[in-house]
Design a protein around this ligand. Structure first.
Ligand SMILES: *Cc1c(COP(=O)(O)O)cnc(C)c1O
Length: 389
């Protein structure tokens, strides 16, 4: 086989002269931090999703923290989420002093299983925090129905789901609030950054105030001609505002988002077709629900370990030896030392644990060439046939 001579990174952003030019303009404008560009980015993101309000933050972690803090979630409150996520989801809950309650995934989608949520609800439950794993939207009708019946808030972790849709509705318009990530490897990026969308004007206001030291609205205007030196601190806030330098990148990325997601979908379809024929792994998800738009932040496969002489970890090493970057999403939350204090045990979330044992994530991003895609398929095929049982 023709082996790649150059390492194919697991992820790469799509940045070109448009972003370079936009950043240069901000750098030359004299206004670097939160200002006109950030407001413009918020307005364009709100218009794109169809959400009434959007508030920028400097990360998705910060965005989730802001929403929970603005809702007054705190000690004694419980927030229901998934164990198959990045630690940031759980950290946002911990920052406000609330208790994370984990509910196992649906093995067909790797998203939180709505059928298991109700039995996890207690008198202390305040919020459901679903994660749209890999860019495939959760079963939002079922989740919103539970939230309505138990009077709970829904905050969606849409770090993977910029541009995704559920039953024709864009992610960002369904829950009481949604948090997006613009981290360097996400579907659209500002390097670091995040966004809150919500239909709730008061929540948007409160998040905006808390994102900048709890200072009264539009504090950034005070250095402009229209501004005043006077400000009031209204609450204990945070330093979570997005600077204009990064918002300028976000505006460019948002305009390319649909095209970038379309390229992801095209590559995912090629992968799916190729991998369906290989008996030693199963492309994920095995069935694509046809009522949602998957934006393929992750492309994962599940190894059929019975058909292989090697395990997941060695499969990854073999792909790396063939110059293919690989990752794993995610080490289940309850496996991390920090979370031992919660008393979760191996065996508590069997679907998450079984998924973790078999999964690996392959490179999938718009900057990949057709040859890159073919190289990944060939390397996977080569490792699988070589180590077939
Ligand atoms: C990346 C990620 C986050 C955190 O996003 P940041 O913008 O880096 O704070 C949260 N949740 C999930 C599922 C993620 O993948």
């Amino acid at each position: 086989m023709r082996s790649r001579t150059e390492f194919l990174p697991y992820a790469l952003p799509s940045i070109d002269e448009q972003e370079e030019q936009a950043v240069l303009e901000v750098l030359r404008s004299g206004w670097l931090t939160t200002g006109q560009r950030t407001r413009q980015f918020e307005q364009e993101f709100a218009a794109y999703t169809g959400a009434p309000y959007a508030v920028a933050a400097n990360s998705c972690t910060a965005a989730m923290h802001l929403v929970l803090a603005a809702w007054g979630i705190g000690a004694g409150d419980e927030v229901i989420t998934t164990p198959l996520t990045f630690c940031a989801t759980i950290e946002a809950i911990e920052y406000v002093g609330a208790t994370p309650v984990l509910v196992d995934i649906d093995p067909q989608t790797a998203n939180i299983d709505p059928a298991r949520i109700e039995s996890a609800i207690t008198a202390r439950t305040r919020v459901i925090l679903p994660v749209h794993y890999g860019g495939l939207p959760c079963e939002m009708d079922a989740i919103m129905d539970i939230a309505t019946r138990y009077n709970l808030k829904v905050l969606e972790d849409a770090a993977h789901a910029s541009g995704a849709a559920y039953k024709g509705r864009k992610i960002g318009t369904i829950g009481h609030a949604t948090a997006f990530s613009f981290y360097a490897n996400k579907n659209m990026t500002t390097g670091e950054g995040g966004m809150i969308t919500t239909p709730d004007a008061e929540l948007a206001d409160q998040c905006r105030i808390l994102s900048l030291h709890g200072i009264s609205r539009d504090a950034w205007k005070r250095y402009t001609a229209a501004g005043s030196w006077y400000y009031e601190v209204q609450a204990l806030g945070f330093k979570y505002n997005m600077p204009d330098v990064l918002a300028a990148i976000g505006i460019c990325q948002l305009r390319k988002l649909d095209a970038m997601n379309a390229r992801r979908q095209h590559i995912a379809a090629q992968y799916h077709q190729a991998f369906r024929e290989m008996g030693f792994l199963t492309p994920f998800p095995p069935e694509l629900p046809d009522d949602r738009t998957h934006v393929w932040h992750l492309y994962t496969v599940l190894l059929n370990l019975d058909a292989l002489r090697i395990g997941r970890d060695q499969f990854i090493e073999e792909l790396k030896a063939r110059n293919i970057g690989v990752s794993v999403h995610y080490i289940p939350i309850h496996y991390h030392p920090h979370y031992r204090a919660y008393g979760w045990r191996k065996g508590d979330f069997p679907h998450t644990e079984a998924y973790y044992e078999r999964t690996l994530s392959l490179p999938l991003y718009p900057a990949m060439s057709d040859q890159d895609v073919a190289d990944v398929i060939e390397a996977v095929h080569d490792v699988g046939t070589r180590f077939k049982r």
